[in-house]
Design a protein around this ligand. Structure first.
Ligand SMILES: NC(=O)c1ccc[n+]([C@@H]2O[C@H](COP(=O)([O-])OP(=O)(O)OC[C@H]3O[C@@H](n4cnc5c(N)ncnc54)[C@H](OP(=O)(O)O)[C@@H]3O)[C@@H](O)[C@H]2O)c1
Length: 229
């Protein structure tokens, strides 16, 4: 805000400063709002999140576990899936680049999807739509696969009708009153090590364009940062 009332002083004593650009900043609050305010998973429900190793997705799955849900991630490649499973502690991770998303989804989420946190859109989203449970929820956070191309022609919209799915898009700045409770919870989990995170750091402003192009192809691993030297 112009009067500075939305500025906050961060405490770099407990965690590295860069965490305030990741799980303790906009990406973390995005995960918290979309998961807890919109998806609102109940204990034992299945939460699926796309771009699961990324800045937002990694927090979504870890928060889902903390709140008693089953977390299933979707990520590109075996390295990212190994990280999601072994370091972040998700219950399952599907490598969509392996080419068997539909079949792998049946194994990873045998009871269907109760909460979908959507970061990617496109064909992956269309495939997930077909596995939504009755009265399930979708938080539409991002459509990164479509930012640089034509919109994907969704074919499974009927699932939203027959399963009475509630789907809501959101922007993290919609309700600034949600930031303090989000940051209080996230701060405790990051400081205790319960929420883990990773960063990709590009060195120098000149490296920023390549870093952005790489992000749109999945070249980043965790929050993409640019370090100004
Ligand atoms: N609504 C809001 O307020 C809000 C706020 C912040 C971010 N967002 C959105 O949230 C999403 C995640 O943001 P982030 O900052 O956490 O990014 P990120 O997940 O750290 O990085 C983007 C990831 O998206 C995946 N991706 C990129 N292109 C793809 C494609 N064509 N098909 C499938 N996956 C692709 C890649 O992961 P893989 O290698 O695993 O494919 C890539 O690493 C983005 O869509 C972003 O726009 C929304």
């Amino acid at each position: 805000m112009a009067d500075g009332s939305n500025l906050r002083k961060v405490d770099a004593g407990a965690v590295p400063l860069s965490a305030f650009l990741g799980p303790l900043g906009m990406p973390g609050v995005t995960a918290w709002v979309g998961l807890l305010d919109i998806c609102a998973p109940k204990t034992g429900e299945t939460v699926v999140v796309t771009a699961a190793s990324g800045a937002v997705g990694s927090v979504v799955g870890q928060l889902a576990k903390i709140h008693g849900a089953r977390a299933v991630g979707i990520a590109g490649g075996p390295d990212k899936c190994r990280y999601v499973l072994e370091e972040l502690g998700f219950d399952a991770c599907i490598d969509y680049k392996a080419g068997n998303l539909r079949g792998d989804l049946k194994n990873a989420a045998p009871k269907g999807i109760d909460c979908l946190f959507e970061n990617v859109g496109g064909e992956i989203f269309d495939t997930l739509l077909a596995r939504m449970n009755p009265f399930s929820r979708i938080a539409v956070c991002g459509l990164i696969s479509e930012y640089n191309s034509q919109p994907y022609p969704i074919s499974n919209l009927r699932s939203v009708l027959v399963n009475r799915v509630r789907m809501q898009g959101f922007i993290v700045y919609d309700d600034l009153s949600r930031w303090p409770p989000a940051l209080t919870e996230l701060g405790a989990h990051v400081a205790s090590g319960r929420i883990k995170y990773r960063e990709s750091v590009a060195e120098g402003l000149a490296a920023a364009p390549a870093a952005l192009i790489s992000l749109l192809k999945g070249g980043n691993f965790g929050k993409q940062l640019v370090k100004l030297t």
